[in-house]
Design a protein around this ligand. Structure first.
Ligand SMILES: Cc1cc2nc3c(=O)[nH]c(=O)nc-3n(C[C@H](O)[C@H](O)[C@H](O)COP(=O)(O)OP(=O)(O)OC[C@H]3O[C@@H](n4cnc5c(N)ncnc54)[C@H](O)[C@@H]3O)c2cc1C
Length: 303
């Protein structure tokens, strides 16, 4: 039996595995290899890795883990998991193999759902992005759009204003309140309430947003509202509970305490799937570290 199984080998899972490996715990990391930012050209806002392609970050993390003999990194997908009466966990992989462990760290990431607009898929992670702090710097001082309505749209547009003074909020037919309109006007943010019909530009670049009335607005990049969803029911299957969806982001996260404990003894969750702060690589690395330390303490002292 392993001391820990880490499900997911993104920033959170590998950070947990590093902590577990350094403490010499017998650890298995199972990773399906679909980290959510792999489509992005560069990483922004992660100290020590500014501007690096995400794939390079994951490769470096995997080679760091290879130094720790007690950590096995396995490509695969956990399809089922259950907790036995003695408190141990059994996970089943896609190839049918089963593994048991004293503790489990769930670090599955999240599915980012963005608006269904024609031309968005091929630009996602490049000229279309969800986080000003991750990608705003790269498009600073350029004409930018924000596609979102209501308070989320206003919040996004005001945040993006730090990066450019040519911001237009596109509500796609949604209405704003009088105070929200004034807030935008005071900040020098443009407002366009027409229905959006699609995005245009060569390849994955963006040159304009097209409207249903035939008009268009020239922008070089677009910030869009995304909602994070759980990637699978594994956390629930193991007895973890989810938080109420957050008003601003719609996130329904796995509920954890500050030590990343789920409330099910021996079960930890970290990264995007359990985040109560805006999702980021820095937050994922930090919470993975905490979850790994928690699993070490559980094995060493039974906490
Ligand atoms: C397009 C895009 C660009 C981004 N850019 C930035 C940025 O520049 N800077 C920044 O700070 N943040 C950025 N983010 C956010 C950042 O990528 C996430 O916050 C971070 O990746 C979360 O790490 P994680 O380990 O929780 O999840 P992930 O990185 O998604 O990793 C989870 C891993 O678990 C695997 N997995 C899932 N289910 C299973 C299963 N059942 N069995 C086995 N493995 C499984 C997945 O395949 C994946 O490899 C971006 C996000 C997106 C979508």
């Amino acid at each position: 039996m392993k001391e820990c199984i880490v499900v997911g080998g993104g920033a959170a899972g590998m950070s947990a595995a590093l902590t577990l490996g350094r403490a010499r715990l017998d650890t298995l990391v199972v990773d399906a290899g679909r980290q959510s930012n792999l489509v992005a050209t560069t990483l922004g806002g992660l100290l020590g890795h500014e501007g690096r392609p995400p794939a390079e970050f994951y490769e470096a993390a995997r080679s760091e883990l290879a130094r720790y003999a007690s950590v096995e990194l396995r490509q695969g997908e956990v399809t089922r998991a259950k907790r036995a009466d003695d408190g141990s966990f059994t996970v089943t992989l896609g190839d049918g193999r089963q593994e048991r462990a004293v503790t489990v760290v769930l670090a599955l990431g999240a599915e980012y759902r963005y608006p269904r607009v024609s031309g968005i898929d091929e630009r996602w992670g490049g000229s279309v992005f969800h986080c000003p702090f991750c990608h705003g710097w790269e498009v600073r001082d350029r004409p930018l759009g924000v596609l979102a309505s209501g308070a989320v749209g206003v919040h996004g547009a005001l945040n993006l204003r730090a990066f450019s003074d040519r911001i237009t909020l596109l509500t796609n037919g949604g209405n704003l309140t009088g105070p929200q309109r004034r807030q935008l006007a005071d900040a020098g943010v443009g407002l366009d309430e027409r229905r959006v019909s699609g995005l245009a530009g060569p390849g994955s670049q963006l040159r304009s947003v097209r409207f249903a009335d035939g008009g268009e607005l020239a922008v070089d990049a677009l910030l869009v509202k995304t909602i994070l969803h759980q990637r699978s029911g594994l956390a629930r299957d193991l007895g973890a509970s989810l938080t109420e969806p957050d008003d601003m982001t719609g996130v329904e996260a796995v509920a954890v305490d500050p030590m990343c404990r789920t409330g099910v003894p021996g079960l930890f969750a970290a990264g995007d799937m359990a985040t109560s702060v805006p999702p980021s690589m820095a937050a994922a690395v930090a919470s993975g570290y905490v979850a790994g330390a928690g699993a070490v303490a559980r094995c060493a002292a039974g906490y």
